[in-house]
Design a binder for this molecule. Structure first.
Ligand SMILES: [Zn+2]
Length: 207
């Protein structure tokens, strides 16, 4: 049995995909961040490409509402994984989708309130930091990144920051979809990871 609590306190399990899709047991040491490129809670094609968590903004309450789809230490499905090569979804990663966009073109076009990852409001940073803190305190995920988050669309494809196999296999901490090998997506763009981790560290006193 994986160590530590498997449910994030307060998260809704109304869209629980683990009963349909199973997943592999892991001991998570890495969080992979995504952005949904939409404004609502996705269906994730019936859960077939679902992450462990979705963070859905509530602009009136100025908070993120968390939806959990798989246990923290169970593999989810939002990464591509090619035959051979490295493991992705099952390599001890917990995946989080932030509902919003990393794409400046979408950000400029959308008329509904939405999160734009390079310009997150303070309450979103606060709630993302709280999740990182929980993953650190309960599961030992380092409050560290060590990779550069690039702005979309420069973060798409061969972006200069995507990890190679050895680096990916050894990685611990926080990265984005744009850093994962065998994948071409560029989300979550210029997510202010350093600010999120610094805030999470203030709360724990961790370095
Ligand atoms: Zn993604």
């Amino acid at each position: 049995m994986p160590a530590g609590p498997q449910k994030y306190p307060g998260a809704s399990t109304a869209q629980w995909w683990q009963s349909r899709w199973g997943g592999d047991p892991m001991e998570v040491n890495t969080v992979v961040w995504h952005s949904t490129e939409g404004t609502g809670l996705p269906d994730y094609a019936g859960g077939s490409v679902a992450p462990n968590f979705t963070a859905l903004p509530d602009f009136d309450a100025q908070r993120l509402n968390w939806h959990q789809h798989f246990d923290f230490d169970t593999s989810s499905r939002a990464l591509a994984n090619k035959p051979g090569g490295v493991e992705t979804n099952t390599l001890n990663v917990c995946q989080v989708e932030i509902v919003g966009t990393c794409d400046p073109a979408a950000h400029g076009k959308w008329t509904v309130r939405h999160l734009y990852t390079p310009e997150l409001p303070d309450w979103a940073l606060r709630d993302l930091a709280a999740f990182a803190r929980w993953a650190h305190d309960q599961h030992g995920v380092p409050l560290a990144s060590g990779v550069t988050f690039k702005a979309y669309p420069g973060s798409y494809g061969a972006n200069g920051v995507r990890m190679g196999a050895a680096k990916w296999n050894a990685f611990r901490g926080h990265c984005g979809h744009q850093h994962v090998p065998e994948n071409d997506h560029g989300d979550p763009g210029l997510l202010p990871m350093a600010a999120i981790l610094a805030r999470a560290g203030e709360a724990t006193g961790a370095p």
